[in-house]
Design a protein around this ligand. Structure first.
Ligand code: PLP
Length: 412
């Protein structure tokens, strides 16, 4: 083991499973859109825990809710009803599209996708699914079957059930029309592909997906794990498309940073699952529920969807104004933003962290992805944009040490 100047980094590297390309830094504190490392250096955070800290790190309402709840009740399984869980379910149902008022609670995005898959099978009596090329749905074996990128699936061979999944080109209405048949249980779509390069879907494509699934008795499931909870300028990105799906997978930002996941669905879908047909120990635990109630109320009270819309527009305008021949396109929705380069983004992401104290992440090898907390200030956005302009001008990819490039490659 090579040692660093940090005992914490050495210790984490020593005992970790090794699946992450770890940055050479130890983060110890965060507030709003600022993160501090153990040396006291501050960073502007455009990663937000992979799109989790939408309402800002350590939002005071969430901190208070966690403290109060921890003193009262932390764990209670879902067979034993709980006041905070009931409050959270009501709060969540209140912001979901009308009709999606039956909710399975779990602990992460990939578990929400697993739940969606099982509920879709019992609701339709079918086992075949359609997912999207470049789509990302998680890394457990069931969700992995919906994840496009072969590097995530191939090491596990036929343990990933891909024979029941077909992948359609994101945005291709005719391909989708041909793929949706009476054998399909569900079509699963991210309203904006995150890992796949920050690509918003077209109105036409999502509306066609709604129409074709309805015509063939299949479910339409919107994967709002990354796009949900104000990230794109609406509470849910699906609202941009004027449709109501049969189900939505939710996680990441739902509880202000505390691990949580959910599959929200119609009564028609929920009612077909027998009692005992699915379950989880930690799902719906009172601590996460209390954090979730505080987080959703803060999103509404502080008009975070509107903030994301306005700040996202400003951020994208400023990024587009950067005069650099290395940039192919800046695209996104709200504060889910991607800058696609004509070359690999990793050296620029590494330079942003090391030289500019700005944290960003990749989305495909060419894209720099920005997922800041919605509470990011205009001054911080200006600083990020200036830093991006600077690294685009100064970084020569051939001069960046390979280790630095490798560490910036890890995506969600
Ligand atoms: C669209 C989408 N679906 C599913 C997942 C998986 O969520 P988790 O990492 O919480 O398992 C992610 C994670 O990034 C995601 O972005």
């Amino acid at each position: 083991m090579t040692t660093t100047n940090s005992k914490w980094l050495d210790t984490e590297m020593r005992f970790d499973s090794g699946v992450y390309n770890k940055h050479q830094v130890v983060m110890v504190r965060a507030q709003g859109a600022t993160v501090w490392d153990e040396t006291g250096r501050s960073y502007i955070d455009c990663v937000a825990g992979y799109g989790v800290a939408n309402i800002g790190h350590s939002h005071p309402d969430v901190v208070r809710a966690i403290k109060d709840q921890a003193e009262r009740l932390i764990v209670m399984p879902q067979t034993l009803p709980n006041d905070k869980r009931a409050e959270f379910l009501q709060e969540l149902a209140g912001v979901l599209p009308t009709g999606l008022d039956r909710i399975f609670l779990c602990n992460s995005g990939t578990e929400a996708v697993e739940a969606a898959k099982k509920f879709a099978i019992t609701a339709t009596g079918r086992k075949k699914f359609i997912s999207m090329k470049r789509g990302f749905a998680g890394r457990s074996l069931g969700a992995l079957a919906f994840t496009w990128e072969p590097k995530y699936r191939e090491p596990f061979g036929d343990a990933v059930d891909n024979k029941n999944v077909s992948f359609v080109t994101y945005g291709n209405v005719e391909e989708l029309r041909a793929a949706v048949t009476d054998e399909i249980a569900a079509v699963i779509i991210e309203p904006v592909q995150g890992e796949g390069g920050v690509r918003p879907a077209s109105l036409e494509f999502i509306q066609a997906a709604r129409k074709f699934t309805q015509e063939h008795g299949a479910l339409l499931i919107m994967d709002e794990i990354q796009t949900g909870f104000c990230r794109t300028g609406k509470m849910f990105a699906t609202e941009h498309f004027g449709i109501t799906p049969d189900g939505m997978t939710l996680a990441k930002a739902m509880a202000g940073g505390v691990p949580v996941g959910a599959f929200a669905m119609t009564a028609a879908v929920a009612d077909k699952m027998p009692a005992g047909g699915h379950g989880t120990t930690f799902g719906g635990n009172p601590l996460a529920m209390a954090a979730g109630v505080a987080a959703i109320r803060a999103m509404k009270r502080e008009n975070m969807a509107e903030q994301a819309r306005e700040k996202g527009q400003y951020f994208m305008e400023q990024l587009r104004a950067i005069d650099s021949s290395k940039v192919r396109e800046v695209r996104g929705l709200g504060l889910m933003i991607g800058m696609e380069l004509k070359e690999k983004s990793a050296p620029y992401i590494a330079a942003l962290e090391h030289d500019e104290s700005v944290l960003t992440l990749a989305a495909t090898p060419l894209v720099i992805r920005f997922l800041p907390p919605v509470t990011i200030s205009k001054e911080q956005i200006d600083q990020v944009v200036a830093s991006v302009a600077k690294v685009l001008k100064t970084v020569n990819p051939r001069e960046v040490p390979a280790a630095e490039v490798k560490e910036s490659k890890q995506t969600e």
